[in-house]
Design a protein around this ligand. Structure first.
Ligand code: BV8
Ligand code: ZN
Length: 251
């Protein structure tokens, strides 16, 4: 993988960096993506499961699907791609990590202040009184649990289709995209909005937008450069170049 002179300069000079990640960064940890060959949506379609009507129509099915995904993410580890982002955060003064993933792997890798646009599958709450549900209540039932305070159904703390993103999270993501001079877009097919509008926003504000993906996506025509390959291999390489360039300047 060769790093263009232009990209090398950007990695060396960047003072404000924003990274947007999608399911592709967790693929090498063994977490299935949504739209790939073995994609999660292969068996189910988003309409069937990741929306509130599906949950109200068939809470046990939706709950079971999230219990399966919680089990998967509890059994996997963050990969070199997640750890490279932690190292990048330590190199760059103004650094924001925005993720569409709900698998909690960035936080487990050590990333701080992760902006979770679509929530986090390790948190659950009551749809009626909105109290957080305890771990043991969540773990013990494979059927949808009911709230010990009011009897309401417990749901995962994720953003379903048709639901608003957490307002503060999205605002923080927009601010970071608007002020960064380097925007990395890693492992996302760029089909889910409003998250997919962030790279465009960064580009319009003059940022260099680098896409890292196993294949070309809907975003590719609109970014500054696309590196095709695995996030777990490319991100550590970019951090190495960043360190070389910056260490070089310090000496
Ligand atoms: C909202 C949480 C409404 C739950 C998720 C028509 C046009 C435009 C928009 C819409 C439309 N109709 C409806 C909408 C809005 C809708 C939307 O965007 N739909 C899309 C499908 C068209 N958006 C919403 O509903 C959002 N809410 O808009 O509010 C509103 C507005 C105003 C007022 C009131 C209401 C809510 C969206 C959030 C949905 N929740 N997940 C859960 O996870 O169960 S979305 C789901 O998709 C995940 O969060 C996931 O993160 C997200 C995006 O997927 P990706 O992360 O990109 O993953 P994917 O599998 O697609 O791609 C993986 C990529 O990785 C691939 O490119 C692959 O090549 C690459 N890859 C694989 N391996 C590697 C790799 N890359 C590098 N290295 C590797 N090793
Ligand atoms: Zn309740």
């Amino acid at each position: 993988m060769t790093i263009s002179k232009n990209l090398r300069d950007r990695l060396s000079d960047a003072e404000s960096v924003c990274v947007l990640t999608g399911a592709g960064i967790s693929a090498e940890s063994g977490v299935p993506t949504f739209r790939g060959e073995q994609g999660l949506w292969k068996k189910f379609r988003p309409e069937e499961l990741a929306n509130v009507d599906a949950f109200m129509r068939n809470p046990d099915l939706v709950w079971e699907w999230y219990s399966y995904r919680r089990k998967v993410v509890s059994e996997v580890q963050p990969n070199p791609g997640h750890f490279a982002i932690v190292e990048m955060q330590n190199l760059i003064r103004d650094f924001t990590l925005v993720t569409q993933n709900v698998d909690n792997l960035h936080s487990r890798a050590g990333s701080r202040g992760v902006v979770e646009l679509h929530g986090n599958i390790t948190r659950n709450y009551c749809i009626r009184c909105r109290r957080p549900a305890s771990e043991e209540l969540v773990q013990k039932s494979d059927k949808v649990p009911v709230c010990s305070h009011c009897g309401g159904f417990i749901r995962p703390d994720v953003v379903w289709f048709g639901e608003l993103l957490p307002p503060r999270a999205y605002e923080e993501a927009e601010d970071a995209a608007g002020r960064c001079d380097l925007f990395l877009c890693v492992g996302t097919s760029g089909v889910v909005y409003p998250a997919a509008s962030l790279p465009q926003m960064a580009k319009e504000h003059g940022a260099f937008v680098l896409e890292i993906n196993a294949e070309y996506t809907d975003l590719s025509p609109r970014v500054s450069e696309t590196l095709i390959g695995k996030a777990g291999e490319i991100l550590p390489l970019l951090v190495r170049v960043m360190k070389e360039e910056r260490h070089h300047e310090q000496t």
